[in-house]
Design a protein around this ligand. Structure first.
Ligand SMILES: C[S@@+](CC[C@H](N)C(=O)[O-])C[C@H]1O[C@@H](n2cnc3c(N)ncnc32)[C@H](O)[C@@H]1O
Ligand code: SF4
Length: 385
């Protein structure tokens, strides 16, 4: 039987100072002043449209993602949090994260964000090598990034994530290790360490930059950085996520544990469990900011709205849960998909016999081999056509 999991709220802010050439997020280079007031009003209309799907359920985390949410003033972020609190019950002490580009950071802003209710900052640092940052088309250098993190800490933020990317154009192994060293020196509580991918529909995909490390070198970088992070007390709990004890991202953990989330803002995705219908629904909003602003709160604002087909549920659960180093409990699979564990008997048998998955005391997780070939593992759970 399907049971209600925790509920999170994702809020998308779709603008950046300038579009980065590797990025396929729904983000648009800023042209002139941002329509902050109109967008806040649109977000709250959007939320009201979704409310009947979550009546009475408390929200356990909020994540402002982008784009670059730190382009919005603290007053605007505060108005959004207040507007959410007036419409939904917030769990006391819930995690509230704001993604921040170090090129948009100021001390006064951090203090004001904290007073507005933000308690976790996630910085898009990417690298501390100024050559790498320039090749990535970033709007900040390493000094600015270090300064921004210190400003946030001085303003009282004690829960800070740094996003780093590796396998960057013209990066060698010592450079990747130096990035992790400099990140650790700033004493964050969380580090996300992503391999640069050439996403379709990006400038880097159309014209790949020179000197992208080969797979073997990228693998070495990942292994060395993983060891550095472990030695510094950062536990890898997901493919790309490392945290000090007790500092895992509650919001992202909820995604990976196949929890529920509302998504408001241009292009935002939501996933909601409907126990009465014994179904799981996905809905997403129109992507383009102008179209979103025009339609938010009305059915025309939906980019899509559908129930996940039962045949796909096992795959969708695995796609998230197998990213976690600790995997998942079988009981959680049953509660969050409504499927009996026996529904996965065949692919599980294959995965275990190939030494890709381990089943131990009611928990399932990837072996080292399975983690390395995660896409092949997931293929086993895809429904046959
Ligand atoms: C929405 S952005 C974070 C905040 C802010 N927009 C910034 O870039 O400073 C999310 C993160 O995804 C990662 N990312 C974006 N595009 C990527 C790509 N093509 N390959 C790997 N990681 C990527 C970056 O580390 C980035 O910080
Ligand atoms: S990486 Fe961040 S700053 Fe760059 S375009 Fe994407 S969302 Fe914007």
């Amino acid at each position: 039987m399907l049971q209600l999991p925790p509920l999170a709220l994702y809020i998308h802010i779709p603008w950046c100072v300038k579009k980065c050439p590797y990025c396929d997020f729904n983000s648009h280079g800023q042209q002139g002043a941002l329509p902050e007031a109109e967008y806040i009003a649109a977000l709250l209309r959007d939320l009201e449209q979704d409310l009947p799907l979550v009546w009475g359920r408390p929200v356990s985390s909020i994540f402002f993602g982008g784009g670059t949410p730190s382009l919005f003033s603290a007053q605007s972020i505060g108005a959004i949090i207040d507007g959410v609190a007036a419409r939904l019950r917030l769990r006391p002490g819930l995690e509230v994260t704001l993604e921040t580009n170090p090129g948009t950071a100021e001390y006064d802003r951090f203090e004001a964000y904290r007073r507005a209710g933000v308690n976790r900052i996630s910085f898009g640092v990417q690298s501390f090598d100024d050559g790498c940052l320039a090749r990535l088309g970033r709007i900040h250098d390493s000094t600015q990034a270090e300064w921004a993190v210190k400003q946030a800490q001085d303003a009282g933020f004690d829960n800070i994530n740094l996003d780093l990317m590796y396998a960057l154009p013209q990066q060698d192994l010592p450079m990747a290790e130096r990035d992790v060293e400099r990140a650790l020196a700033l004493q964050p509580t969380h580090i996300s360490h992503y391999q640069l991918t050439l996403e379709p529909n990006t400038l880097f995909h159309a014209r790949p930059p020179a000197g992208i490390p080969e797979d073997d070198l990228a693998w070495d970088m990942q292994e060395h950085c993983q060891a550095q992070l472990a030695a510094a007390g950062f536990d890898q709990y997901e493919v790309s996520a490392y945290a000090r004890e007790g500092r895992q991202s509650q919001h992202n953990l909820n995604y990976w544990q196949f929890g529920d989330y509302l998504g408001i803002g241009a292009g935002a995705h939501g996933k909601l469990t409907l126990p009465a219908e014994q179904a799981i629904r996905r809905r997403w909003k129109r992507k383009h900011p102008a179209a979103y602003l025009d339609t938010a709160g009305r059915p025309e604002s939906l980019g899509g709205d559908e129930l996940i087909a039962i045949e796909r549920l096992g795959f969708e659960f695995m796609l998230n849960a197998l990213r976690l180093n600790n995997g998942f409990e079988i009981a959680q699979f049953e509660a969050r998909t409504g499927l009996p564990w026996s529904a996965l008997a065949e692919p599980m048998e294959h995965a275990v016999s190939r030494d890709w998955l381990l089943l131990e005391q009611g928990r399932v997780r990837c072996t080292e081999l399975g983690a390395r070939f995660l896409n092949d593992v997931l293929d086993l759970f895809l429904p046959s056509e």
